[in-house]
Ligand binder design. Structure first.
Ligand SMILES: [Zn+2]
Length: 168
């Protein structure tokens, strides 16, 4: 680290970590701990800005510094984080992460009543309630468990996100 380089201001550190949910911003990684990485290197920009800093785990940070992940992909990961954070809730983002990390998983079972927390994914037709058949039982008039399946559009969305392509 060159002498005289100021540390990243606390407000930017916090915003960058919150943006990535305190996990590596690479959707197929999502490991902890995280480090702050400059998308355009400090040596070139000589400033700390929210737009140019992203949270990465040490492994992905090294891969980026060694050129194994390109700048365009990193910019897109950053842009996609913003879209996901503004459009979907915490449970929805976790489900998208799970589907991104496990491409063979297309249906997930959740406790009954969780549908409301997935309503934006359902509205956007990325996710649909799935009737898996059988008697699942009811608790106070609500199904004990419900299943949700990733649609074709949902799989495309998750794949685009995982591959650092625009999700919009
Ligand atoms: Zn990582």
């Amino acid at each position: 680290m060159p002498e005289g380089r100021p540390s990243v201001p606390m407000a930017i550190q916090r915003d960058v970590l919150v943006e990535a949910g305190h996990r590596c911003a690479i959707p197929t990684c999502r490991q902890v701990p995280t480090e702050l990485a400059h998308i355009d290197p400090w040596s070139k920009v000589q400033e700390h800005t929210f737009a140019n800093i992203i949270a990465l785990c040490p492994t992905c940070h090294s891969r980026y510094d060694q050129g194994q992940i390109d700048r365009q992909s990193m910019l897109q990961y950053k842009a996609n984080l913003s879209v996901l954070n503004h459009r979907y809730g915490d449970l929805e983002r976790r489900l998208l992460e799970l589907f991104a990390a496990e491409p063979k998983t297309a249906v997930i079972q959740l406790p009954g009543g969780f549908g409301i927390m997935l309503s934006y994914l359902i509205q956007d037709a990325l996710l649909v309630p799935v009737d898996m058949g059988g008697n699942r039982g009811y608790i106070m008039g609500m199904p004990a468990a419900e299943c949700f399946g990733l649609t074709e559009k949902g799989r495309e969305f998750v794949t685009r996100w995982a591959q650092a392509r625009p999700v919009d």
